[in-house]
Design a protein. Sequence first.
Length: 145
Amino acid sequence: MPLQTFRYAACGGSNLVLNFTCFTLLYHFFAQNYKVVYLDGHPFESYSIALFIAGVVSFFVGFLLNKYIVFDDSNLKGRIQFFRYFLSFASNLALNYIFLKFLVAYLYLHPVVAQSIVTVVIVIISYITQRHFSFKAAPVKPADR
C-alpha cells in the first residue's frame, strides 16, 4: 500500500470517526429535545442539523490533516488548497444531504444507519476529489536558462 494511501486511510478514518460521533450525538440530542429545529422560521429535521454541524467540525480537522499529513507533497498555495477543499467539501456535503434525506424520508431508514451507508459513498468521492483537485500538485516549471 502506498504511504499516501495509508495516510489518507488513517487521517480520513480518524476524521470519519470524529464526524460520525458528532453526527450521532447531535442527532440524538436534537431528536430527543426538538424533533424539528426552526432556523429563521424554516424547519429542519434533527438529522439535517446534526449533519451540518458535524460537517463544519470535521471540515477544519480534515483540511489540516490532509494538508499537513496526507498531501504534504502538494506545492499549491495554502489558500488555493483551502478554497478547493471547501468546494469539494461543500459538494460532498450537498450529496450527503441529498442521499441522507432520500434514505430517511423515502426508504424509512434510521438516520444513523442511513448516514453509515452514505458515508461509504462520500469517502470514495472525497478521496478522488481531494487527490485530483484539492491537493493536486501544480506542475513544476523548469528554470529558465
